[in-house]
Design a protein around this ligand. Structure first.
Ligand code: ZN
Length: 255
């Protein structure tokens, strides 16, 4: 039996399935990764500085450039791809309980998951947060203000500094999200790690928790990962091809 067929059998028989995704699921949507050889931060260290909380808070020029850049990129439409859509289908089949993602692009939610199943552990670029009062609002609302001439927009309620709703370097992850992700990993029958190098903590602990709790751990990634040794199956391939085939196989088994 092929690896895909084995994994499909486990998923079809599972009472609980937890999925973790990383940058690899969004590359087919034209979003580059950040730390790879051709990554955004590897090629442009200034871009990494924009994602560092101390620099964001202390440097108005950096904020102005970042907001202008985002207004300039507004027309660039980024769509979910076949990998995202396959996971929505898996949810529709009743075989995806929790989807944890390291991605901030919002594409899983746009693809159509039930929002309560999705944990965006590194936040989302689709929202802007106030660093003082914590208020969150759609990014488009703030970009409208920038487009109308506000170079360094602040919170209209409290005057606090605004920042993308992502977790910057130097910021803590949301404890509720981390607790939810830990719980989903510890209580699952099958744990799928998709398109992530599993090198960034604490997310890299999740497959370890799942394996320690007796779950089948499956890693699908273009390249080897830091956690391959604990997986029951490792598939080194692109997600845009593997995921639709895998989910189709699950559907056959459930029919
Ligand atoms: Zn505020």
């Amino acid at each position: 039996m092929s690896d895909v067929a084995s994994v499909a059998g486990w998923i079809a028989a599972a009472g609980h399935v937890t999925v973790l995704t990383g940058a690899g699921i969004s590359t087919d949507s034209g979003i580059p990764d950040y730390r790879g050889p051709n990554g955004v931060w590897t090629k442009d260290p200034a871009a990494e500085r924009q994602a560092t909380i101390d620099a964001w808070v202390s440097d108005p020029d950096l904020r102005r450039d970042a907001w202008q850049f985002r207004v300039g990129n507004r027309g660039r439409r980024i769509e979910p791809n076949d990998g995202h859509r396959a996971l929505v289908e898996l949810e529709r089949l009743g075989r995806l309980d929790v989807l944890i993602t390291q991605n901030v692009d919002g594409l899983h939610l746009e693809a159509g998951h039930e929002p309560h199943r999705v944990i965006e552990v590194h936040g989302t670029i689709r929202e802007v947060q106030c660093l003082r009062c914590g208020d969150r609002q759609p990014t488009s609302v703030v970009l409208d203000r920038v487009a109308e001439g506000e170079v360094d927009p602040h919170c209209l309620d409290c005057g606090g500094l605004l920042k993308s709703g992502t977790i910057s370097f130097g910021q803590s992850l949301n404890p509720v999200d981390i607790e939810g992700a830990d719980e989903a990993a510890r209580s699952t029958d099958v744990f799928l790690a998709l398109g992530t190098s599993l090198a960034v903590y604490p997310v890299a602990l999740l497959p370890q928790y799942a394996a320690a709790s007796g779950a089948r751990v499956v890693i699908i990634n273009a390249e080897p990962t830091a956690q391959d040794s604990l997986a029951h199956v490792v598939i080194n391939d692109g997600l845009g091809a593997v995921l639709p085939a895998l989910v189709a196989e699950v559907e056959v088994r459930l029919a």
